[in-house]
Design a protein around this ligand. Structure first.
Ligand SMILES: O=P(O)(O)O[C@H]1O[C@H](CO)[C@@H](O)[C@H]1O
Ligand SMILES: O=c1cc[nH]c(=O)[nH]1
Length: 236
């Protein structure tokens, strides 16, 4: 069995997938945190691995950047490989009172993308995280004393040169993070019956002009990865 984009054998992917945008972040997490990690996909270099975290089988795979890429992979993971839980572990821009390195748990994700409208009769969809998964991560963070902020985020199609008023609009709605995938992932999760949650580390501050180095985005996000993995203990 394979799909146009994933070259994995049946059963090669766990029911839970960590889903960073960057395939090299996926490789780093697999090699750093998982026991017995085995690569299941390298098609288009969108690296995916399955291994063990404290005796639990888990996969980690890159999603690529943006809703179209991540939705292709998430759809195939759900429909063909039976994936039932996806934790995006991404980076985001920050607005307002957040700092580089802050860890956001995206409760909702608004968007300028038409992706969810295309599936929802052009109506607004309230694209939300799965509550049980969000609660599991919040509870784990509290137990481990990992500071997190449950937040509203916005997913944009324009990394560069988007709406010049966007930051003001986000501030007005108390949205503090901006990424490029969460809204589409949440809509897809609602349709496919897949539990989805985005954990996002603030890598840029959109108003202060602060930026995390690229190498840290690839390899420096251990706190987010281990929180996602630890939280699986609280999941059925
Ligand atoms: O760090 P990742 O997970 O790729 O997420 C963010 O980084 C990319 C842009 O640099 C977009 O994919 C955005 O959502
Ligand atoms: O989508 C993203 C991700 C990181 N930083 C941003 O400014 N935007």
């Amino acid at each position: 069995m394979s799909t146009p984009h994933i070259d994995a054998a049946p059963g090669a992917i766990a029911d839970t997938v960590l889903f960073p945008g960057d395939p090299l972040r996926a490789r780093h997490i697999a090699h750093t945190f998982l026991d017995d990690a085995v690569e299941f996909n390298a098609r288009r270099n969108m690296l995916g691995y399955t291994g063990q975290w404290r005796g639990r089988r888990v996969s980690v795979m890159g999603s690529g950047m943006g809703i179209p890429s991540s939705a292709i992979y998430a759809t195939e993971l759900a429909r063909v490989y039976g994936v039932r839980r996806i934790l995006r572990i991404g980076t985001c821009g920050g607005v307002g009172d957040v700092a580089l390195g802050d860890l956001l748990l995206a409760q909702s994700a608004s968007s300028d993308s038409r992706f969810n409208r295309l599936h929802f009769g052009d109506h607004d969809l309230a694209a939300c995280a799965d509550f049980a998964l969000l609660k599991a991560v919040v509870d784990t963070a509290a137990r481990r004393q990992v500071p997190v902020r449950v937040a509203h985020v916005f997913s944009t199609d324009c990394f560069y040169d988007g709406d010049p008023e966007l930051v003001a609009r986000l501030r007005r709605h108390r949205i503090v993070g901006i990424d490029m995938e969460s809204s589409g992932l949440y809509g897809l999760g609602m349709r496919e019956g897949v539990q989805c949650l985005s954990l996002l580390t603030v890598s840029d501050h959109l108003e202060r002009g602060e930026h995390m180095p690229a190498a840290e985005r690839e390899q420096g996000l251990a706190r987010m990865a281990t929180l996602a993995l630890d939280s699986l203990e609280g999941c059925a």
